[in-house]
Design a protein. Structure first.
Lengths: 259, 382
């Protein structure tokens, strides 16, 4: 099975803070890590490889320093790494990102399965996995919490729902996004680390993947960020009194102006 | 302090540290409370390729030495000496095969041990043979193409959880120390069974059981090395393994110091954090001094041993005594710094103090180590 795992380098959530003047994320002195959900995606890819044979290729779109998470992924069992990197990709929203990743993955050759984390902890959109599947015109299942079988080209899955789980089958090639319940990621291995140290990372730029200049980066993005601000916690408290019906009425009156 | 580790050594430290922080520390209290063997953590260690650190590459290992094992064990010891002991005991059980086994024997057992698919255990101690190994009662008699083992081993670490056992048995009592030989016994061998799991003061995540041999018949080629050379291989094995026990003391001492300093900065009495009081500061300073001195000696001894000198016993014994006596002292002092809280199971230092005690006892008591050092000194000055 040829497996692709998409990973993203994100700021460590423990360190995230906003610059109070610019209202943008303070990046200076903030450690970068592999998006935690992607770590579960990688682990599941490596486990599938161990059970059924094949290879795991990790793909990341990001600046040159994103190479660190690709090497980390190889230390944890991935075989090959592709960095999709170009100044022209900067400012991409999920629309432009899925276009870019789809182009890079097509360029990289045939695959059986793509696994993504359910979302990145910086943007929190959960759009890139499903969007990528749409771009590649393959089926997808999101919020996968368990893979139960792989038979006759179909994966049997449990999809996490609010009130339990769905049993789903998906034909390959296809795409999954996974939740953290799916597995317990391993730590890097010694042989993996040695391999990661010397591995040459295949870097693809906009030209390599044949990207249309108007579909990538800021020009290719349909999202406009109007304003970013840190919420102010006022800590106001109002006690409602009276019978339950009276309290409900008071509450509805208070909420109505915001609807 | 910076010990100028190589890049590979730093990788070993990084991986071991991550396993310790992510897997061992979150589970250690529960494993201790339930006296549960840490199978899942040992699997993580296996996946990280750390069971084969000391095993040559041709048998699937990393091809490292004593110092590499020391670096890993220091981290694991910082997390939980019980878990770390289960890992270390597999290495202890593997060393005799590596030191004296035939090529076929190494080919058969080493790759599985290196991959962590099978765990090993070392069986020397008996009810009447602790510090005095000449009291061994277990016998092995050659009968045609098979050795027949009879006897009972006591307090065997990984007993019942390992698959490969290296067992010392008497093959000719009339020959004294030259009458003992080493054998490999597998968990599936007929006539081999286990006693009850022992209840211990500390290292409760590790398993300790009796091994019982009743007409246990094993193939002739399970003899490790030659007949009568058992004790020589045992002594070499322990020389190689003791720095590992010493490094458990270093890791444990570091864990206790970390807890004590963090607590002393937070705990306010008489209007100040207690670290502001000289009585506490001096305790912490002494803990740090003893810890770093022990670490330096353990690293130096391990590197000395990796240079394959003839005289490794003294260095091996010195670092074991120094680091494990330090661990007992430093963990006891950490409990004292945390005082009432330190005595409670809610905080980890009482477990550290309980775990420290075994380090002064197993793989040769610290009194026996001092005998070894004394005898070596006596030889050196003739």
């Amino acid at each position: 099975m040829k497996i692709i795992v998409c990973i993203k380098q994100v700021p460590d959530a423990k360190d995230v803070r906003l610059d109070p003047k610019t209202n943008t994320m303070a990046r200076e002195g903030v450690a970068s890590i592999m998006n935690p959900f992607d770590r579960h995606a990688l682990e599941e890819g490596v486990r599938l490889k161990e059970q059924h044979g094949g290879t795991v290729t990790v793909v990341s779109m990001g600046p040159p320093q994103a190479e660190a998470v690709l090497r980390d992924a190889v230390a944890c069992g991935a075989d090959e790494a592709v960095l999709v990197s170009d100044r022209a990709f900067a400012g991409a929203d999920t629309w432009a990102t899925t276009y870019t990743l789809a182009k890079a993955i097509e360029k990289n050759g045939p695959f059986d399965l793509i696994i993504c984390g359910k979302q990145a902890i910086d943007g929190d959109t959960a759009q890139v996995g499903p969007g990528l599947a749409k771009r590649l015109n393959i089926p997808y299942v999101s919020y996968v919490r368990k893979i139960t079988a792989f038979e006759n080209g179909f994966l049997s899955l449990h999809r996490l729902m609010d009130d339990g789980y769905d049993e789903v089958e998906i034909p390959l090639p296809g795409l999954l996004t996974v939740v953290k319940e799916i597995n317990e990621p391993r730590v890097p291995s010694l042989k993996g680390k040695m391999k990661a140290k010397s591995l040459s990372i295949n870097t693809l730029n906009a030209e390599d993947i044949g990207a249309d200049a108007n579909s990538i980066g800021l020009p290719g993005s349909t999202t406009q960020v109007v304003k970013v601000f840190a919420p102010v916690f006022k800590g106001e408290r109002t006690m409602l009194e009276g019978t339950v019906d009276e309290q409900v009425e008071q509450l509805v009156n208070k909420l109505e102006p915001y609807l | 302090m910076d010990y100028f580790l190589t890049e590979e050594q730093r990788m070993i430290v990084d991986i071991s540290r991550q396993i310790t922080d992510d897997k061992i520390i979150p589970q250690r209290a529960e494993l201790d409370e339930k006296e549960e063997f840490p199978n899942a953590i040992l699997d993580d260690i296996a996946k990280a390729d750390l069971f084969g650190l000391f095993i040559p590459e041709e048998y699937g290992g990393f091809g490292g030495g004593c110092f590499d094992v020391v670096l890993a064990l220091e981290q694991f010891g910082r997390g939980c000496v019980g878990v770390a002991t289960s890992y270390a005991a597999s290495a202890l059980g593997a060393y005799p095969i590596l030191l004296a086994g035939s090529e076929e024997m190494k080919q058969k057992y080493m790759p599985e041990i290196a991959a962590g698919k099978k765990k090993a255990a070392f069986a020397l101690t008996e009810a009447n043979a602790g510090s005095d190994a000449s009291g061994i009662q277990t016998t092995a008699v050659l009968d045609g193409d098979e050795w027949v083992l009879n006897g009972t081993k006591q307090w065997i670490t990984n007993g019942g959880d390992a698959q490969i056992y290296t067992v010392v048995a008497i093959t000719d009592r009339s020959k004294g120390p030259r009458g003992a030989s080493l054998f490999v016994v597998e968990d599936t061998d007929a006539g081999f069974s286990y006693g009850q799991k022992e209840k211990k003061l500390g290292i409760r995540a590790s398993s300790t059981r009796e091994l019982i041999f009743r007409d246990c018949r094993i193939p002739k080629d399970r003899l490790i090395g030659k007949v009568g050379l058992g004790f020589i291989v045992v002594m070499k094995t322990l020389d190689l393994s003791r720095p590992g026990i010493a490094s458990l003391g270093v890791g444990l001492g570091q864990a206790a110091l970390d807890e004590a300093v963090v607590y002393a900065k937070q705990r306010v009495q008489f209007g100040k954090p207690i670290i502001a009081f000289q009585a506490v500061q001096h305790m912490l300073a002494d803990m740090a001094i003893q810890l770093e001195a022990a670490r330096a000696l353990v690293y130096a001894a391990a590197k000395h041993i990796d240079a394959h000198p003839k005289d490794m016993s003294k260095a091996s014994s010195m670092c074991k005594v120094c680091a494990t006596d330090m661990a007992m002292k430093v963990t006891t002092d950490a409990v004292q710094v945390l005082a009432g809280y330190g005595y409670m199971r809610e905080y980890p230092v009482e477990k550290m103090m309980r775990d420290a005690k075994i380090l002064q006892i197993y793989e040769g008591t610290n009194q026996i180590q001092r005998n070894v050092i004394g005898q070596e000194l006596n030889k050196e000055y003739t």
